[in-house]
Design a protein around this ligand. Structure first.
Ligand code: DGL
Length: 299
């Protein structure tokens, strides 16, 4: 594992990327609290088919949206360091919650380019005609400083109705994407947005794109859904390009390496049904040694 202690900086300014032993042939590490980041992996596979991908789902500890900041930072650093130890040349934090709480620290500690995800406030603000948009995200994301400043920067003239999606991450983790319970939760969260005149809904958690069919059925075409996965894949492409880290175009596309901190049954099921990906899931043990008082977790 390679650690650096330089000041946080944008990916394009970093110069420590040569630490990935495989150079441009090294894999890209992707992680999420659980299965949601597979929606980002899907977009990355489509945009960058020649890249090798290693995905870690921290399903043993999902949802992060109910955890405290120290826990989320500890897990982000431990999983990021593990992916670096597996040779990752770049890291995608495919979790809005982990990005909101810990991306600055991860950029400070891990010597590879790091791409985070955040709710699509900017695209929602530019496309909403009614100037009212809903945002579904975890409580941690909605309460974060990063989210507040995102709203401030991009949406001064747009009203955002922010709703924590309690219970939705857990449902996706159980591979329940269209059950009566999920529909009832979605109706509870989305009906008030529709009643308030929202015409756009930001999916501010990477688990939620897997609920898009249920959301579309409920909203009946009245809401444009904003999912940033494709934009993240393009941003990753730009960063790799700028750092000379793109995989060679003659490299044969291969199935991603899927890893989970739990037994991985649901990951296999979701990857197969929603991504058409029949790949084995490795169980990995990623231990967190607390760096904050009172934090020590074993996966
Ligand atoms: N996929 C994560 C996100 O984008 C879910 C967080 C959670 O585990 O609560 O925020």
């Amino acid at each position: 594992m390679t650690l650096s202690h330089d000041a946080p900086s944008p990916e394009s300014e970093r110069s420590t990327v040569s630490t990935a032993p495989g150079g441009n042939r090294a894999p890209i590490g992707i992680f999420d609290s659980g299965l949601g980041g597979l929606s980002v992996l899907r977009a990355i596979s489509a945009q960058l088919p020649h890249e090798a991908l290693v995905y870690v789902a921290d399903s043993l500890h999902a949802p992060y949206g109910l955890r405290d900041n120290a826990f989320i930072s500890e897990r982000t650093l431990a999983i990021g360091a593990w992916l670096v130890s597996q040779g990752a040349k770049a890291l995608v934090v495919a979790c809005n919650t982990a990005t909101a709480e810990s991306i600055a620290l991860a950029r400070e500690r891990l010597a590879i380019p790091i791409i985070g995800v955040e709710p699509g406030i900017k695209p929602a603000a530019s496309q909403s005609k009614s100037r009212i948009a809903g945002v579904l995200a975890t409580q941690v994301t909605l309460r974060s400083e990063r989210f507040r400043s995102l709203i401030e920067r991009h949406a001064a003239d747009c009203r955002f109705i922010c709703q924590p999606g309690h219970g939705l991450v857990e449902a996706v983790e159980r591979c329940e994407i269209d059950t009566l319970e999920v529909r009832a939760l979605l109706a509870r969260y989305i009906d008030p947005m529709l009643a308030a005149g929202a015409d756009t809904l930001v999916l501010g958690c990477t688990h939620y794109p897997f609920l898009d069919a249920a959301i579309r059925e409920l909203a009946g075409g009245r809401l444009a859904l904003v999912d940033t996965s494709a934009a993240i894949a393009k941003q990753l492409e730009r960063v790799l390009e700028a750092q000379g880290l793109r995989a060679p175009p003659d490299r044969q596309p291969a199935a991603p390496r899927l890893c989970s901190t739990d037994e991985g049954r649901h990951m296999r099921q979701l990857a197969s049904t929603l991504l058409g990906l029949d790949a084995p899931v490795e169980k990995v043990s990623i231990t967190t040694h607390g760096t904050s008082p009172g934090c020590s977790y074993v996966a």
